[in-house]
Design a protein. Structure first.
Length: 288
């Protein structure tokens, strides 16, 4: 039976079955234990019992802070294994959506269904400075093989041998690699990334793009990737969404041949479309 988050649409209060775990997720880790639980028995004949067929399904999602409405009747479906990039101006609600799907924000109205196994990677690595790298990766996990799984995850991101390093000794790119290892060691069905490479230099970002693509091919999670970088979205995603005033104003597939190159006319056309949707004049940007 598919995991569900049930919401009372009229009040926004979560309806949590008695067996739903109540602990907050560990910092930087979307464990899915705070607000998700299996569907109630009353749903036995509904979509959950029939098989969700999606890593995310959102219907009529609304989130307001006081009188300020951030998300307004949002609908979203992400298929298993699909890589979706989310663009939008600052303050458009991109990070709010990530927080809701990650189980960090339950003050919402509408219906949210998401995979039970979820992980979140933020712009900051959010490593615990008093723990070495390996315990940071395995934070919140238990079992005899956890250390071995943690070492394997570090090897996947190119950090074999750094298990006993302290976070303070890592570069920005290395810290984000540890954050990726921490997310993927949980074998998430849904991986959410909130501007994970925004603070990195250009060359490191290129390397991280290649690493993320490699890891996604290997683990095949559904991905929701928040970014302000239109080129980054086109390079990585199967589909690009633009969030405008609480709703998706664009939902377009990335029909650009692989390997994707910025010189491809299809890449350039899609970039122009997305920049226009974001209110950016591409010609004016290069005018002197």
């Amino acid at each position: 039976m598919a995991p569900r988050l049930r919401r009372n649409v009229s009040t926004g209060n979560p309806q949590r079955p008695a067996n739903a775990a109540g602990a907050d997720p560990a910092p930087g880790v979307g464990g899915g234990v705070a607000v998700l639980a299996r569907a109630d028995a009353e749903d036995a004949g509904g979509p959950a019992a029939a098989g969700l067929g999606a890593a995310v399904r959102v219907r009529g999602l609304r989130r307001a802070f006081g009188e300020h409405v951030v998300l307004d009747g949002l609908d979203l479906t992400i298929a298993p294994g699909e890589f979706v990039a989310l663009l939008g101006r600052s303050g458009s609600g991109k990070s709010t959506l990530i927080r809701i799907l990650g189980g960090f924000d339950d003050g919402v109205e509408g219906e949210v269904l998401a995979a039970r196994r979820r992980s979140v990677v933020f712009q900051e690595s959010r490593l615990l400075p008093w723990k070495r790298v390996l315990p940071n990766v395995t934070l919140g996990l238990s079992g005899r093989d956890i250390a071995d799984r943690g070492r394997a995850a570090l090897a996947e991101v190119g950090l074999a041998g750094r298990e006993r390093s302290w976070p303070a000794t890592l570069s920005g790119g290395e810290a984000q690699r540890v954050a990726l290892a921490r997310a993927l060691v949980r074998e998430p069905e849904l991986l959410m990334l909130d501007e994970p490479f925004g603070a990195l230099d250009a060359l490191t970002r290129i390397r991280m793009h290649a690493l993320l693509q490699q890891l996604c091919r290997r683990h095949q999670p559904a991905v929701l990737f928040v970014t302000h970088d239109v080129d980054e979205a086109i390079l990585l995603a199967d589909r690009v969404l633009v969030l405008t005033e609480g709703r998706f104003s664009r939902d377009v597939p990335v029909d650009v041949a692989s390997p994707r190159r910025r010189t491809d006319p299809a890449f350039d056309r899609l970039r122009a479309t997305l920049l226009a949707e974001l209110g950016v004049d591409e010609i004016a940007e290069g005018t002197h």
